[in-house]
Design a protein around this ligand. Structure first.
Ligand code: FAD
Ligand code: N01
Length: 534
């Protein structure tokens, strides 16, 4: 085993790992990135299913750390397609010469804290052993695919495609009968394209989602110029926005429940015309706290579904009833509802008629058999904790992170966990992360981690970790903020409810991006109160 020494080992080469490496190099630290894939990109490397694209506007969903980069890169569409985001991250890797410090096709399997040396030993599936003062997990919130445990899945005779591990060469469904399980964002994006190719498409829906129009378009040169001329303002707005977005439609200053019917409808129509997450997220202060407010918005969306879907029975099946709007991530529509007006598309409600078994040539529900030549699993991710817990991370006293988190993740600020010194989690559970424009949150965490490392270098410190009492207070704060909302009632991946046996706790921090950032900054200004420094 070759042991190599670095100031930091960074795991993952997506948005997080790439910026972390660039930042550390600029500060004179030695760092190496370990990545399981054979190239950079993270989410945008793995999720190559047809129709994959961002749902935060492209000029917002991009790095802000380099002025020349943001001025020179031109995005083609309001919501950039996956190949373009991947090209962007490849460009970033080339522009800042990052690849020479990234080891690809290597999975980190173990990270063990050595309390004498005050260093981490990081071991990989290729037999490497690295030693580093800091171990930084840029492993992603949505990077461990959820392969559902459906009886007979391995008996299926045709190909099984996972949206989160899509074949690089693409898939041609022409002439095939395709079954898709799942109706989250990945399904909403991919099924309109699959439907145009396939002979027959059957979508198996357990829970319908709230889906709003994307109104995607090619960005005209005038709009690009206007954005770039005011990029600093866009980024400043993002920093002050609860969801870290610089292009969000401002909140309506009156509660949804207080608007008269005519004004409410006009406001919703205005938001619908803008579309996307930016049209609806945070639209009214009472949406996530007062079910009556949510129900008002839901009734409006239900009307739109009934207007857009020709078959009344299918329309009714597509209307969500078991959770409130915004308690799961909104899906953004480019042709989703239209899909159901095609003769070759069928929706099967598996809440009413569950899948009993997958057989060699199709899926059997409690009602009937559906023939299929190909199966697509759009079944989501073991979110926020999955990729961390798949690594054997051993801290002080030989305890693993997975053992410590058996009843749910325990972190301070979603950034660190006590007993695991010098181990940083970029956008870890307990940080705003997936409730924001992730690039804003990633940049904030990377900058914060780098500041801590500089502070430690300046002081000659070797060990940095949260105080147990402070992290417990943070977990309580996170839960109590969530408890003021309707989010804990939904069976969402935010709550870990999509993975059988996973503890049901609120994973991201709901307090908003600016409030969170202010807390982090205040802690830093008080010589990192809440952390111990040795
Ligand atoms: P990732 O991009 O997930 O990268 C993590 C990397 O770590 C992966 O490449 C993985 O291979 C590697 N890795 C994990 N474990 C190991 C290990 N043990 N050893 C070695 N390597 C490992 N967010 C938004 O804000 N807006 C959007 O529009 C948006 N769209 C999305 C669309 C899809 C289809 C998905 C799945 C997510 C989307 N997200 C979006 C969330 C998205 O994950 C983040 O925006 C962002 O890309 C995360 O970057 P990251 O570098 O933190 O993690
Ligand atoms: O996954 P999901 P996703 N049997 O978890 C169903 C981001 N993203 O990949 O709701 C039957 O949302 C499950 O049913 P239910 C975004 O943050 C963004 O689509 O649990 N069905 C659900 O319908 C997003 O939120 C974009 O009842 C099963 C579906 O599978 C996150 O990634 C695009 C099942 C999973 O939906 C995850 O999205 C893609 C089972 N055993 C992803 N298990 C953009 O638009 C699960 N399901 C930018």
């Amino acid at each position: 085993m070759a042991e190599r020494e670095f100031d930091a080992i960074v795991v993952g080469a997506g948005f997080s790992g790439l910026y972390m490496l660039h930042k550390l190099r600029g500060l004179g630290f030695t760092a190496k990135v370990i990545e399981a894939a054979d190239d950079v990109g993270g989410t945008w490397y793995w999720n190559r299913y047809p129709g994959a694209r961002c749902d935060i506007e492209s000029y917002d969903y991009s790095y802000s750390f380099d002025e020349d980069l943001q001025q020179e890169w031109a995005w083609s569409e309001r919501y950039a397609p996956q190949p373009e985001i991947l090209r962007y991250l490849q460009h970033v890797a080339e522009r800042f010469d990052l690849r020479r410090d990234i080891q690809f096709e290597t999975r980190v399997e173990r990270a063990v804290w050595n309390d004498d040396a005050k260093r981490w030993t990081i071991e990989t599936d290729r037999g490497d052993s690295f030693s580093a003062r800091f171990c930084i997990m840029g492993t992603g919130c949505l990077s461990s695919f959820n392969r559902p445990d459906i009886p007979g899945l391995d008996d299926f005779a045709g190909p099984v495609y996972l949206t989160g591990q899509w074949p690089h060469e693409g898939v041609d469904f022409t002439g095939q009968r395709v079954a898709v399980i799942g109706t989250g964002s990945s399904s909403v994006q991919s099924t309109p394209i699959i439907a145009k190719q396939a002979e027959r498409l059957t979508i198996f829906q357990r829970t319908p989602n709230y889906v709003v129009p994307a109104h995607n378009y090619a960005i005209p040169p005038e709009e690009e110029q206007a954005i770039k001329a005011n990029y600093a303002q866009l980024r400043a707005t993002a920093r002050e926005s609860a969801v870290g977005s610089g292009r969000i439609l401002p909140r309506t200053p009156v509660l949804a429940t207080k608007l008269d019917e005519e004004t409410f409808r006009a406001d919703m129509e205005r938001r619908y015309a803008v579309g996307g997450l930016i049209g609806f997220t945070g639209a009214y202060a009472d949406i996530t706290v007062d079910p009556a407010a949510a129900e008002r918005m839901e009734a409006f969306i239900a009307e739109k579904i009934r207007e857009g879907v020709d078959d009344p029975e299918t329309a009714e099946k597509l209307i969500p009833r078991s959770h409130h709007i915004m308690t799961k991530r909104l899906c953004v529509d480019i042709g989703y509802y239209e899909n159901f007006n095609r003769d070759n598309v069928e929706l099967v409600d598996i809440k009413t008629t569950p899948i009993e078994r997958i057989e060699a040539h199709g899926l059997r529900t409690s009602e009937r058999f559906y023939e299929a030549d190909a199966l697509v699993l759009a079944t989501g991710f073991d979110a926020m904790t999955g990729s961390l817990e798949r690594i054997e991370i051993r801290g002080k006293g030989n305890q693993t992170l997975a053992e410590k988190w058996a009843a749910g993740p325990i972190t301070f600020l979603g950034l660190m966990s006590a007993g695991f010194p010098n181990l940083f989690l970029v956008t870890g559970p307990g940080s705003p992360s997936v409730l924001t424009n992730m690039v804003s949150s990633i940049e904030q965490h990377v900058d914060y981690i780098a500041d801590v490392m500089v502070m430690m270098r300046d002081r000659g410190a070797q060990e940095f970790e949260p105080l147990p009492a402070c992290e417990l207070a943070w977990v309580e704060h996170n839960n109590s903020v969530a408890a003021t909302t309707t989010l804990p009632d939904a069976n969402s991946w935010y709550m870990g409810a999509n993975i059988p046996g996973k503890p049901r706790v609120m994973l991201p921090y709901f307090g908003g991006f600016p409030a969170y950032r202010n807390i982090c900054d205040e802690i830093a200004s008080e010589c990192y109160s809440g952390f111990s420094i040795d």
